[in-house]
Design a protein around this ligand. Structure first.
Ligand SMILES: Cc1cc2nc3c(=O)[nH]c(=O)nc-3n(C[C@H](O)[C@H](O)[C@H](O)COP(=O)(O)OP(=O)(O)OC[C@H]3O[C@@H](n4cnc5c(N)ncnc54)[C@H](O)[C@@H]3O)c2cc1C
Length: 425
């Protein structure tokens, strides 16, 4: 990352200076049509800026340090304090400069910050920020989803390397990623949470096979990943041997807050349009004057606002360099259900238009048949996953009950038993 392109700001910069430098950067570096569209709102920006154009321009954003302003300079940030970063973000907000590589920025960076070595951070964080190395999360397995700690992918030590074998599933964006964070079992004789170790896996290594899966809307978003004696250097182990459960929890909290919208993701990423778009749809269809419709949509809008404020706490913790912690579960539980209700309301507004649509092509391409669906219907289908991905609603309620409210833990008749003696599906 070029030092020349990085903004001349640091932890001592005044509020005025931050505003001045970031505003000037916007004028110099954000393309003029995007800046013009910003005054007309997000839909106008989307109309003048394709995803491809945004990805092509993104290195300019990354080089400025503004993608992760609170991160230290050697990792691709500016070393700003959270309050300073918020000032910068306020200037940037109208231009809707979303962060790419969300699994890298959230799921991989959180454990690297909390448990990685300095060498690992210097190696992996800058390309995450620049989006030149994209990341996925190799946790879930066919027999280990909610009960993740029962996972059975094996990692056996061989000199300075580990040999990993097993099957992962539901691995979002593995087909477009260079690296994955991976949990594997290093000690089958230990209780299930104690025998797990956390690794960084290079998906281009021999023995990695990625098979695409199509979801309900027809798109390829996630994959099966087969690991067949994949060799991982010990320098790519994150945290101590056997401490992977604790390291992995930094990832899971990062994922929850991302899926809940407190990070760089949010309703746009998970197929949603948000309550404001819903209201615009109601106006377009001439339904906004119906009292029952207004009541329903304004109720959803209010919930969305409350959800954003709740997420602010988590966002503040992350921006301060911490991990989101169990509070991320609150946003996750609420957002999953809220987005489903928003999407359902959008499909209801369309009425018959939600089920009758024209197929433009008989062939099913990488985007699946979702490309032919009305936007609202594609969003509704995708939203069904919101209460599953990033930990199901039921499991997150357990996290809230046990770790925030202090309720008794869920009974586990096999507590403390060696993993190899616990029945598994
Ligand atoms: C769109 C999508 C993307 C995903 N991306 C990734 C990814 O990138 N990487 C990754 O590792 N995983 C990913 N996942 C997997 C996801 O984390 C799991 O699907 C999820 O944790 C649930 O596991 P499971 O599917 O095995 O369901 P199961 O664990 O079999 O659960 C089935 C049902 O039983 C309920 N249940 C289970 N245990 C309990 C309990 N103790 N108390 C109450 N209810 C319980 C669950 O809530 C659920 O309703 C993704 C999933 C989806 C849908």
């Amino acid at each position: 990352m070029s030092d020349d392109a990085r903004l001349p700001l640091d932890a001592d910069s005044s509020a005025e200076r931050i505003g001045e430098v970031v505003r000037q950067w916007v004028i110099d570096r954000v393309p003029a049509p995007w800046r013009d569209a910003a005054s007309r709102g997000r839909a106008a920006i989307r109309a003048v800026r394709s995803r491809q154009e945004y990805a092509a321009w993104y290195p300019v954003f990354a080089a400025s340090g503004l993608v992760v302003p609170t991160w230290p300079v050697p990792y691709g940030g500016l070393g700003l304090r959270p309050a300073q970063a918020r000032l910068a973000e306020t200037v940037l907000a109208p231009y809707n400069l979303g962060r790419l590589n969300p699994l890298g920025l959230n799921n991989a960076a959180a454990p690297l910050f909390a448990h990685g070595t300095e060498a690992q951070r210097l190696r992996y964080l800058p390309p995450i920020v620049a989006n030149t190395e994209r990341w996925c999360q190799l946790f879930s397995e066919p027999g280990a989803g909610s009960d993740l700690a029962s996972l059975s992918t094996r990692a056996e030590r061989d000199g300075d390397e580990w040999v990993l074998s097993g099957q992962k599933v539901w691995t979002t964006w593995a087909h477009e990623s260079e690296f994955g964070v991976c949990l594997a079992r290093t000690d089958p004789h230990a209780p299930k949470r104690q025998g797990i170790t956390f690794f960084v896996v290079d998906l281009r290594a021999p023995g990695v096979e990625i098979r695409e899966l199509r979801h309900l809307g027809g798109e390829v978003e996630f994959n099966e990943v087969w690991l067949d004696e994949v060799r991982v250097p010990d320098t790519d182990r994150v945290g101590a041997v056997g401490d992977g459960w604790r390291v992995g929890n930094a990832t899971l909290s990062g994922e929850r807050q991302m899926v809940a919208g407190a990070g760089s993701g949010g309703v746009d990423r998970i197929g949603g349009s948000g309550a404001e778009r819903l209201i615009a749809t109601a106006r377009r269809l001439g339904r906004w004057d119906e009292p029952a419709t207004r009541q329903r949509l304004v109720g959803l809008l209010s919930e969305e606002r409350i959800r954003r404020w709740t997420n602010e706490r988590v966002r503040a913790a992350v921006k301060a360099g911490g991990t989101p912690g169990p509070a991320a579960s609150i946003g996750k539980v609420h957002q999953g259900s809220l987005n489903q209700r928003i999407q359902r309301a959008a499909a209801d507004l369309l009425g018959a238009g939600a089920v009758a649509f024209e197929r433009r092509s008989a062939a099913v391409g990488p985007e699946g048949w979702a490309a032919d669906l009305p936007y609202e219907v594609a969003g509704m289908l995708r939203s069904l996953a919101n209460t599953i991905e990033g930990g199901t609603t039921e499991i997150n309620r357990n996290v809230i009950g046990e770790q925030i409210l202090g309720l008794p833990r869920e009974p586990d008749p096999y507590h403390g038993a060696p993993w190899e003696e616990v029945p598994r599906s």
